[in-house]
Write a protein that binds this ligand. Structure first.
Ligand code: NAG
Ligand code: NAG
Ligand code: NAG
Ligand code: NAG
Ligand code: NAG
Ligand code: NAG
Ligand code: NAG
Ligand code: NAG
Ligand code: NAG
Ligand code: NAG
Length: 872
């Protein structure tokens, strides 16, 4: 979401006719990669599929939702779908309330790693860091604990988790909010997170749908240097969409995510929140999504068009922050009563919202909202923008429970040991420990001192932007190391000014061990830090960190480097130095940062994390750069995803580039060996495309079309700039405040058709055709701990699909096993139909190609000692 108001731009519903994505094929590469993505168009798809309760647990939720929505008037339905405007209520987003039924305004709150804008909350490990644990249990637990905190503050929808951006390029500013550029790792992590959040009785909002892979130009806006530039268009082909970027969204839908947020960017030149192909056909059609689509903050650019294109909730409701105007609200009321939008479409919006509400049990879990995003004061204005409704706004409810312990464990389990010549774990008996780096210590402004964490002062434990939470405290590495050593009578000193070269050298010379902390930060594009407008400008460490490492290691032959970063950093110029005896990647650990790293440094936790991305030698190794300057004048920069499915390790493998630390790599204080691969074929029936027809759109109301019935109530206490569903005139044009009101309108073909629709072959249930999850093979392997201490290993299963356009290997499964010294454990993993299929653009379905397929098991994407051909 966004902080600063941006120029508002209305874009009418013009979606060029074309074949579905990627059916422009290139014979020279077997047709998989389109010839030209520039100026790609997105085909129309209507009507917007109505939810029908298909999928585990949804039928009952739909029954309740239908019963609820049947009671509603049109104005009340509109209230449910439209936000009240920026800073209109306590949460970062609220829809209208339904006072007649005692139904309070639903509250949407950031973020994917905890609660933004509230006190007495936990700051959890970020998504991109906990991905490195490769631990399904940790992902679920984090989701559940975040959900519990939101629940107790009164939040209905937690705005997370994130799988868009996926992480096409490591410079992408918000990659760290998500999990990994690998779709399977991300898919399993997002599903576990969704389950956790929703089991706590809070609706998860999986975001940002889709291809929101960079911050620059994500929205239309006026730029100091370039003037107006329209939103970037991420141009993609159908195969890449399905096999890479859509994959984790399918997992989130299958896990039951109650809502999905449409993104700021355009996709194939159609704005994300009014892209009928992606919302109607792909998400609600093929993936059978039963919940609701909410807009990113001000990502809505049309009223009628976004209604038909499948959007269900407008956030924060106003056309532009605090404009007092809305594409929906009164306009949605008007569009129904003037016959443009059929009431069943608005019913479907309301039903989807209420179905998600019942699906997670909000009817029993909801408590009153007891905080206010816009002030930490106890008393203040309920309506912050209007400055009205003075009273108790913050009850300061401490919702942290015992989560700190879990956060400490999760971050330690997510720490990755990249290099160790035997110095780690430290014993704590080192005579003289020296700690270096601004990244080891407090932000002088305090842990929450920079708005939305938009600065790089002190130790880095989360990125910046809306995807952040307030810290209750931030345990710094320096504090934790002192706590470790001082009671044992050791000497420990630090220099935290990275530019104090003389003092750094003097201290390094004395040290028996030097621990250097460096970082690299990024965040959301509305804040610029050190010249980085959200996206990183480069992949080196910040704050002169490279020089700091060199200065320390020049004078100390036992230098341990700890990296806190949003993603990969360039280590090429120093990682091989023999004085650098160990390197750890600690990511963005959250509030317990120092304790977690001390647990690993001093051996209480044997590292078992594996990097969820690739450390390359140079930025260009990762493929196409981000777009930092307009490339198309004032029109949308055309961001052509021409590399197809080849991002991160798939790109390194394809282009034969040797990484420094490959995807999936991570050391332990013990060692493991792999043996005894066994692959069992499992009988599964044939794959049958879904056929047949849906039911007709349910009709849950038949509202009056007389404008007189929708006028402002005389007794309403109007809140300034607040969005209401009412009309201020019986004349439509006056009420809409739109000079184009009533102009000739051509409905997109099929948009108002409420008759039964054909089901989609690759669909059939939430996530897609259920047979995609049929198990075709069961794999086991034996993993032995060859050392003298217990440790965790993450055996990884990769598959080569064998075709000329397939990645050399693609991750398909994994498990994290704790193994005692000298003992073996059995790694067990299923291979599903989906795991061995490719997306076929012609049949619009998943197919198993005739190419020979090989399964690999090993400890990283490039250490794969076990392999076998798959015999179908
Ligand atoms: C894309 O469209 C723009 C504006 O119409 C045009 O100038 C440009 O040549 C087109 N690019 C391609 C590759 O067709
Ligand atoms: C719509 O919501 C607003 C508050 O958000 C409330 O004042 C109004 O009464 C609601 N209207 C209806 C028809 O429920
Ligand atoms: C209705 O939507 C139009 C844009 O389509 C906008 O200009 C107008 O201000 C809106 N009206 C109201 C009352 O919000
Ligand atoms: C905090 O960081 C900003 C840049 O992000 C820098 O300009 C400023 O000097 C730093 N302040 C302190 C007190 O460290
Ligand atoms: C990369 O960006 C960081 C943060 O802005 C900056 O400190 C560093 O000097 C840059 N590195 C290079 C090589 O330009
Ligand atoms: C390693 O550290 C020693 C001091 O212990 C120093 O003399 C030597 O030059 C360093 N070597 C490198 C390659 O920095
Ligand atoms: C560093 O140098 C000292 C003194 O020469 C030596 O005793 C020690 O073993 C060296 N440490 C490492 C890790 O090489
Ligand atoms: C406003 O008037 C309506 C109908 O006259 C009534 O139902 C409603 O309760 C009143 N609302 C308030 C806030 O007084
Ligand atoms: C119906 O209402 C919508 C929303 O205000 C408006 O855009 C449209 O032009 C209206 N159509 C007619 C036929 O009045
Ligand atoms: C793709 O193009 C081919 C050849 O024009 C056509 O036969 C096929 O139906 C198209 N597929 C889709 C899904 O439109």
């Amino acid at each position: 979401m966004l902080w600063l108001a941006q120029a508002f731009l209305a874009i009418s519903l013009v979606e060029a006719q074309s074949t579905p994505y990627g059916n422009t094929t290139n014979p020279s590469n077997n047709g998989s990669i389109p010839v030209a993505l520039s100026n790609a168009t997105s085909p129309p798809f209507y009507p917007s599929p109505w939810g029908d309760g298909t999928g585990d647990g949804w039928a009952e939720a739909y029954e309740k939702a239908h019963a609820f929505v049947r009671q509603l008037t049109l104005l009340e339905k509109v209230n449910l779908t439209t936000g009240v405007g920026w800073e209109g209520e306590a949460c970062v987003g609220n829809v209208g309330e339904i006072p007649r039924l005692g139904f309070r305004s639903l509250c949407m709150q950031d973020s994917p790693l905890g609660i933004r804008f509230a006190d007495y909350v936990s700051a959890f490990t970020s998504g991109g860091t906990i991905a490195a644990s490769w631990d399904r249990g940790e992902w679920y637990r984090r989701g559940y604990q975040m959900g519990m905190e939101h629940r107790q503050k009164g939040v209905d929808v937690q705005l997370g988790p994130v799988v868009g951006p996926l992480g096409r390029n490591p410079k992408g500013g918000r990659n760290w909010e998500g999990f990994s550029p690998d779709p399977v790792l991300s898919g399993i992590a997002v599903a576990q997170t969704v389950r956790g959040i929703q089991d706590a009785g809070v609706i998860a909002c999986t975001k940002h749908y889709i291809l929101n892979e960079q911050e620059h130009f994500r929205q239309p806006g006026n730029f100091e240097d370039f003037g107006f530039v329209d939103a970037i268009s991420s141009n993609i082909d159908d195969k890449t969409l399905h096999e890479l970027y859509l994959w984790p969204f399918a997992d989130a839908v299958r896990a039951g995510t109650g809502s999905i947020m449409c993104s700021y960017n355009k996709i194939n030149n159609s704005q994300g929140c009014q892209n009928s192909y992606l919302q109607n056909y792909i998400l609600k059609g093929e993936l059978g999504f039963q919940g609701f689509i909410m807009s990113d903050w001000d990502a809505q650019h049309s009223g009628v068009a976004s209604s038909f294109a499948g959007m269900d909730m407008s956030m924060p409701g106003d056309t532009d922050f605090d404009s007092g105007l809305s594409f929906w609200g009164a306009n949605l009321t008007l569009s129904v009563i003037n016959g443009t939008v059929p009431e069943w479409r608005v019913d479907d919006m309301a039903v989807r919202i209420m179905a998600a509400y019942y699906f997670v049990g909000r009817d029993t879990a909801q408590v009153p909202v007891n905080f206010n995003s816009w002030s930490l004061d106890t008393f203040g204005y309920r309506h912050a923008f209007a400055q009205t409704g003075y009273g108790l706004i913050n009850e300061h409810v401490d919702v942290r429970d015992e989560h700190a312990m879990a956060i400490r464990t999760a971050a330690a389990k997510s720490t990755v040991l990249l290099k160790n010549n035997g110095v780690l774990p430290l014993t704590g008996r080192e005579k003289f420990t020296a700690v270096f780096g601004d990244d080891s210590t407090e932000n002088p402004y305090g842990p929450n001192g920079c708005p939305d964490h938009g600065c790089d002062n002190g130790t880095l434990a989360m990125g910046w932007g809306s995807g952040t939470a307030f810290y209750p405290y931030l345990v710094t590495p320096l504090e934790a190391i002192k706590n470790e050593l001082v009671p044992q009578g050791r000497v420990v000193q630090s220099v935290v000014d990275n530019w104090a070269y003389d003092q750094i050298t003097a201290l390094a010379k004395q040290a028996s061990v030097a621990i250097v902390f460096v970082n690299s930060d990024s965040g959301e594009g509305y804040i610029t830090v050190d010249g980085n407008m959200g996206d990183r400008n480069n992949l080196t460490v910040w704050q002169d960190g490279e020089q700091l490492i060199k200065n320390v290691s020049a004078s100390c032959n036992n230098t341990v480097v700890v990296i806190h970063s949003v993603g990969p950093v360039l280590v090429d110029s120093w990682y091989e130095s023999e004085n650098i005896t160990a390197i750890l990647w600690a990511g963005l650990p959250g509030e317990q940062s120092g304790n977690s790293i001390a647990d690993v440094l001093y051996g209480r936790v044997n590292p078992g994390g594996k990097i969820p991305f690739t450390f390359g030698r140079q930025a260009s190794d990762y493929g196409p750069d981000l777009i930092y300057e307009p490339t198309n004048g004032h029109d949308s920069p055309q961001d052509n995803f021409e590399e197809g499915v080849f991002i991160d390790y798939r790109a390194f493998d394809k282009n034969d580039i040797t990484p420094i630390y490959e995807f999936g790599f991570g050391l332990s204080y013990t060692t493991f060996s792999y043996s005894d691969l066994n692959v069992q074929k499992v009988e599964a029936g044939p794959y049958t495309p879904t056929t047949g027809m849906t039911g007709a759109a349910p009709v849950l109301g038949n509202s009056s079309t007389d404008p007189a019935d929708y006028q402002w109530p005389a007794n309403l206490t109007y809140v300034k700039q607040y969005i209401y569903p009412y009309l201020n005139s019986t004349d439509g044009k006056t009420a809409s405040n739109d000079s184009e009101y009533g102009l000739n309108y051509t409905w997109p073909e099929g948009a108002t058709d409420s008759s039964p629709q054909p089901r989609i072959a690759a669909g059939g249930a939430p996530g897609g055709n259920p047979q995609l999850w049929d198990v075709l093979f069961s794999v086991t392997a034996s993993i032995t701990n060859n050392g003298t201490i217990p440790g965790d290993e993450v055996p990884q299963l990769y598959i080569s699909l064998g075709g000329p356009d397939d990645p050399k290997v693609a991750l398909r499964n994994f498990d994290r096993l704790s193994i005692q010294p000298g003992q073996s454990a059995t790694f067990t993993a299923d291979i599903t139909r989906r795991d061995v299929s490719n997306w076929d653009t012609v049949s619009q379905n998943w197919v198993i190609s005739n190419h020979t397929k090989t399964v690999y098991v090993g400890s990283s994407s490039r250490t794969l000692p076990l392999s076998a051909k798959l015999q179908f």
